[in-house]
Design a protein around this ligand. Sequence first.
Ligand SMILES: Nc1ncnc2c1ncn2[C@@H]1O[C@H](COP(=O)(O)OP(=O)(O)OP(=O)(O)O)[C@@H](O)[C@H]1O
Length: 226
Amino acid sequence: MLRLTSVSHTYSGQRRRSAVLNGITYSFERGTFYTILGPSGSGKTTLLSLASGLDTPTKGTISFEGRDLRELGLGRYRNRHAATVFQSYNLLTYMTALQNVTAAMEITGVKPASGSRRAHALELLERIGLDKATATRNVLRLSGGQQQRVAIARALACDVDILFADEPTGNLDEDTAQGIIDTFRELAHEQGKCVVVVTHSQQLAAQSDRILVLRKGKLSQQAKAR
Ligand SMILES: Nc1ncnc2c1ncn2[C@@H]1O[C@H](COP(=O)(O)OP(=O)(O)OP(=O)(O)O)[C@@H](O)[C@H]1O
């Protein structure tokens, strides 16, 4: 569904020989939960920002269902097909948790199959462990882990084909982290989404369908321990 072909990336000011990503070719498919591991600074966030249409590679192409993202339009791709949970959450700080989720649904034009956007947003927030009292508080009055969960609920609310997340369980206790991992697996296996998660957590990676490792600008698939 999402194909990277000979993708290389160099930030301005960097020498071409020290490209962050170097000739990566890989296809991400529906119904699959991927994790990307790699040492700090190996380019995981860079790869995610290119695959999620926030930036374009300096060389190579990225296509969604056969169409180059540049031709499809990066804004359109981000709006309709891909949602991203950033390390910094990027929440609207003048809104409540609930408003952050409903605003994302309004912007992307998502209408729940039944009930209102508000009811659907509350359901999603509840599913990842935020009750109504917490959901109706301004996001600045929530803990880091609670804000992280709002960012995840917001991405889930957009009902896109691909969900990208950068270290989504970094700030969470074990039980909450496990709940998020279960949600990702369910999204991939029951709803047919493609879920791509950057992580340093072996526990998370072990529960994904495919473990990819980024090292020295190259992406390789790691065999899963049985
Ligand atoms: N906007 C930028 N401009 C210049 N260099 C950058 C920029 N963003 C990242 N880099 C450099 O690109 C390399 C890869 O960074 P990236 O954030 O993608 O790595 P990462 O694997 O996600 O790291 P971490 O695990 O520490 O989050 C690093 O050497 C970093 O300094």
